[in-house]
Design a protein around this ligand. Sequence first.
Ligand SMILES: N[C@@H](CCC(=O)N[C@@H](CS)C(=O)NCC(=O)O)C(=O)O
Length: 208
Amino acid sequence: MAKAILYGADYSVYVRIARMALEEKAIGYELVPLDIFAAEGIPAWYLEHHPFGRIPAFEHDDFRLFETGATARYVDEAFDGPALQPADARGRARMNQIIGMLDAYGYRAMVWDVAVERLEKATPDENLIAGGLSQAQTVLKMLTSLKAKGPWLLGDQLTLADLHAAPIIAYFVKVAEGRNLLARFADIQEWYARVAGRPSFVRTEKVA
Ligand SMILES: N[C@@H](CCC(=O)N[C@@H](CS)C(=O)NCC(=O)O)C(=O)O
């Protein structure tokens, strides 16, 4: 079977989500380095993989994908290994709801508006951070109420929802405001400690 190829960088939250899915399925893959923020811009060849200029992009044999959610679902369905999606309609819907919520409301607020703003700006925009924290609070509140009983977000089965949430929260807790807010949601904090112990999480940690 052809090798899976992922284009991206180890600093990227979305690249890490796709890598965690590949790791959980124990699929050998190649990470082709692509720095989306490089000073010289995005190479023209890459825009053929991802016309919107984001990372990651994925390739398997002659099959190309962009969009991390689609990539992770493909990885789960096209390869052997433990199923990363619930078999039942409601479990699958809940998983997709959590992923959709994180994409639409979690990623920008938690990663960009709070963590990147605090870590990388010489003069952080405090209003942006406050707005991001407010939205992050709603995301964490909803994760708490949507989480099933058991070790993982969907209960006993580790799913793509866990793999989507972990890298976003990992970025959020790089800053004190993120850690302090997470500490107010004990179930999610415990879940995060658990998922952060998985080899798929540890192996995809950004090399300093
Ligand atoms: N909807 C995309 C989002 C990917 C995304 O936003 N990736 C970030 C890195 S984590 C990126 O490429 N950012 C570049 C930019 O915003 O210009 C997906 O699901 O793959």
